[in-house]
Design a protein around this ligand. Structure first.
Ligand code: SF4
Length: 296
């Protein structure tokens, strides 16, 4: 049962240090997608919520319009510590109203989501200059998705959404992240989505988030044969697994007509539009642990 509350805020926009984003907008606090590995759980510290992460959602309500002079031709990310298309967006339409204003601002918008609901706003996305919609995939195995990302759209729904956006002329990308050692089949992700995608970005699972215990319990219950591998990577700190995987992915990228970026051990970028070396802060980009909240 998710507790949904509306909360007034002074602004939706925060300055961002995430590579590729000058500003970030998080229309909600909390995320009902409930991904097992969610880095945004640290946001609970900045709210009064005592419920587990995923069991509450604050719908931000702001009376002040987005400032066009501030956002004209600026890179804006939706979102870093929530999914702008969580299932309650259907009812509250906060993201949709923000996009209407971003169209007026002619901002360069990048959307990062795990929801097929993004297709609802194609009419607005088409009016934004150089808009990109990136879908996160840790797996294309529906059984695994239900276990690790229970609130998100199904794999088929996400792929259909990619296809629809691609055919509408919207730039699309895959954030293949976090890749879970021994579980995420990166090649299957590429093969299922490649016809509809401009660029693939890969990032590894790190274990710095508060989800560490939850995730290890999950491995213990469902993939106990992988415990030695997880111990090797996360307790002994060996990097061989990631080095080998990075080589495999980059070699594949050289042999196939796809654009590939691997961020293992580096700062992830949600977009190739900009490429800076600033420190990052994002829940959806799991190679980097969030250090600062992006609220208000
Ligand atoms: S990883 Fe993203 S989609 Fe999943 S619960 Fe966290 S904020 Fe939501």
């Amino acid at each position: 049962m998710i507790r949904v509350t509306t909360v007034p805020v002074k602004t939706y926009v925060s300055k961002s240090k995430i590579p590729g984003a000058e500003y970030v907008i998080n229309p909600y606090i909390g995320c009902p997608h409930k991904c097992l590995y969610c880095y945004a759980e640290f946001m609970r510290k900045f709210s009064a919520h005592r419920e587990p992460w995923g069991d509450f959602l604050d719908v931000k309500i702001c009376e002040n319009p987005l400032p066009p002079s501030q956002l004209f031709h600026r890179n804006v990310l939706l979102s870093s510590v929530t999914d702008p298309y969580n299932p309650f967006e259907k009812k509250y339409e906060v993201t949709r109203r923000l996009l209407e204003q971003l169209v007026a601002c002619q901002a360069y918008v990048s959307i990062l989501t795990k929801s097929a609901l993004a297709t609802r706003d194609i009419d607005l996305l088409m009016q934004l200059p150089g808009c990109e919609v990136a879908f996160s995939f840790s797996t294309v195995d529906e059984t695994v998705r239900q276990l690790i990302e229970p609130g998100t759209s199904s794999i088929d729904e996400k792929i259909d959404a990619l296809k629809t956006l691609h055919h509408a002329g919207i730039s699309t990308a895959i954030m293949a992240a976090p890749l879970l050692p021994g579980i995420s089949d990166w090649k299957a992700i590429v093969e299922r989505t490649a016809p509809y995608v401009r660029e693939f970005r890969f990032d590894s699972l790190n274990m710095k988030g508060t989800f560490q215990r939850k995730l290890m319990d999950f491995i213990d219950v469902h993939y106990s044969h992988l415990l030695p591998l997880y111990n090797e990577i996360y307790l002994q700190g060996k990097h061989d697994y990631w080095h080998k995987l990075q080589q495999e992915i980059e070699t594949y990228g050289e042999k196939h007509p796809i654009d590939v970026k691997v961020f293992f051990g580096k700062e992830s970028s949600f977009s190739s539009r900009l490429n800076t070396t600033e420190e990052t802060s994002s829940a959806h980009m799991p190679g980097t642990e969030s250090s600062q909240p992006q609220l208000f």
